[in-house]
Design a protein around this ligand. Sequence first.
Ligand code: ADP
Ligand code: MG
Length: 317
Amino acid sequence: PELTRRIAAGEVITRPLDAVRELIENALDATATRIEIELGGGGLDFLEVRDNGVGIPEAEVALAPLRHTTSKLAGESLADIATLGFRGEALWSIAWAGELSLLTRPPGQLGATLLRARGDRITTERARGPQGTRARVTGLFAELPARLRTQASPAAEYREVLALVGRYVLHRPELHWRVVLDGETRLSHAPGDVRAAVASVYGALPANRLLTVDAAGVHGAVSRPELTRPRRDRMHLAVNGRPVEFPAELERAVLRAYGELLPQGQAPLAVLSLEVPPAWIDPNVHPHKARVALARLDELAARLEAAVRAALAAHPL
Ligand code: ADP
Ligand code: MG
């Protein structure tokens, strides 16, 4: 049974990046306004996500790393889930893939709690700590040598971590973000709008190069057609606040809005955020929840196209 648990956990957490994503989602669900991510040794030595969110009350901390325990489904049906997490699987998986520690304190509580979890061995003690939660993972895959051998290089893992956090920064620019890799600050963002986020992630652009999109329930920014890229690696979509893979059909809708303005094979910079009724989105199709199933793709494509067209029309060349 211990082996089967390790295998099940290994499906959710296949690399340090997966743990980072889950811990960031927990920080966002905890309504943090400041999120800091730090890794050492490619994340295999340690990885840590610190937030200033609601914390976990002392009486509930020991439940957090148990399988299928979640505080996020109170009376809700799967159709109305508004939080990023809902399966109660992430901390459990992390504790089976490595060693998890949580230092956590809700705002009203006097002291913090320090939890350590490794598989089903869980200890808690009182500790001192700031408001919020510091989740730290060490020795990831130390007991899964085959998994350890197939890990990417630290440099490759860091590239993915920066790209992942970049996507969150673009979609949640009202928060403080910081990424520290092997002791070096590699990304930092102070609260601002989507333009500020683009500058934090891609470097400053001439101010008039980004057009605000705000129509048909679509928000964000797109670049003017002359500021395009040969590859589609700068198109970002969030659905109900969750960064997701841009479905090809929706990506084509954005490109269609540019029509002739866009040179063949080029793509704009686009950070778009779509609000849909929770029942239209099924994030449950993929363990990482990055690929979501969306209902009414045609309608969503039409909305995206209309919103981008409106932004382009409002700012003729
Ligand atoms: P899920 O996010 O699906 O509920 P997790 O295993 O990721 O499952 O987390 C389990 C529970 O631990 C969460 O439901 C939440 O109550 C608590 N928790 C985890 N991380 C944090 C955090 N950073 N701040 C506050 N509570 C947290
Ligand atoms: Mg979670």
